[in-house]
Design a protein around this ligand. Structure first.
Ligand SMILES: Cc1ncc(COP(=O)(O)O)c(C=O)c1O
Length: 306
């Protein structure tokens, strides 16, 4: 199901600067710098069975991203979390995602006028989905095909990879490269030709020695699921390493998998048409996926209630 806020029976409310509004008519100014210049940050987390998963981690990252663009949210983290849970409760959100978007706010057009936009816009959008569409609610990873696309990831010299900013045009262009191909996922390289990230997820390999490897957070978003895989993996006795990967190391891997809050863990069975490993996820990756997703559901779940 693709959520459509414009259907008559939609009951979703978004929060704009703490005010709840029906999703279909909610609006921000055309002079908002998020719209004018992509001058903002966002985050998004899964909702499973009426619980928001990994709420603290995502909100902490949102505030770090905002600090990274010299933007101070008007509310404390605990006030924002209360606003998020209120929007989710008002919308009867059971399964889906909770997205928070923050921009520098409304101001006179002109890139030099950032100081005149003194009141950041903070929007919370509950996104309903069918239960079976929420990857974090499942144990078994989905499987799909990936392509290395020609669009390169944003260079960390331009935007620090730790900032989850509103500048997703590069990612959207990477996604457009998949049209007409048999691939579901688009892997971007960095400017040195190493693997950076998929356009909405992090990339991992399990190499021939069994080590779980992923590019360092200098060259990829430090994904929340990425962090969870690294810590759960280490606790469960896997060798884990954050180091740059060449495309050749992807092709030679026993497993390639992707991680994201919206996708959980996805096993990649082919890259550029070349089969990875034996074409299906290894028992090690299946076990790691189970342990990681279950950890979030049992230890990092905040009930929506209301
Ligand atoms: C570019 C990019 N990389 C990685 C990720 C995965 O991050 P997370 O696990 O926090 O969802 C995302 C998620 O949206 C993303 O947009």
């Amino acid at each position: 199901m693709v959520w459509d806020p414009f259907t008559a029976d939609d009951e979703t409310y978004v929060s704009i600067d703490g005010e709840l509004q029906p999703a279909a008519t909610a609006a921000v100014s055309v002079f908002d710098r998020g719209f004018l210049y992509g001058d903002g940050v966002f985050d998004s987390m899964p909702v499973v069975d009426g619980d928001v998963l990994l709420l603290d981690r995502h909100v902490d990252r949102l505030y770090r991203s905002a600090a990274g663009i010299q933007l101070t949210l008007p509310q404390t983290k605990s006030t924002l979390k209360a606003e998020m849970l209120r929007a989710a409760a008002r919308s009867n959100l059971e399964h889906g995602a909770l997205r928070v978007m923050v921009s520098r706010g409304e101001g006179p057009p002109g890139i030099v006028n950032a100081d005149l936009a003194s009141d950041p816009t903070v929007v919370v959008v509950p996104i309903p989905k069918d239960a079976e569409e929420v990857a974090y609610g499942r144990d078994a990873p989905e499987t799909g095909r990936a392509r290395i696309v020609s669009t390169r990831a944003i260079d960390p010299d331009s935007i620090d990879a730790k900032i989850k900013s509103n500048n997703y045009l590069v990612n959207a262009l990477a996604e457009r490269e998949l049209a007409g191909t048999d691939a579901d996922y688009g892997i971007m390289l960095d400017h040195d030709g190493f693997v950076a990230e998929e356009f909405v997820s992090n990339v991992f390999v399990r190499d021939e020695s069994g080590t779980i490897r992923t590019p360092p957070p200098t060259h990829a978003l430090n994904g929340i699921t990425r962090q969870l895989v690294l810590s759960v993996g280490a606790e469960e006795g896997y060798d884990v390493a954050e180091e740059r990967l060449t495309p050749a190391e992807l092709f030679a891997a026993e497993d390639v998998f992707l991680t994201a809050s919206a996708r959980g863990i996805v096993s990649v069975n082919a890259v550029n048409g070349r089969q990875i490993g034996d074409g299906s996820p290894s028992e090690a990756v299946l076990e790691l996926a189970r342990a990681t997703l279950a950890r979030a559901r049992t230890e990092e779940a905040t009930p929506i209630e209301g």
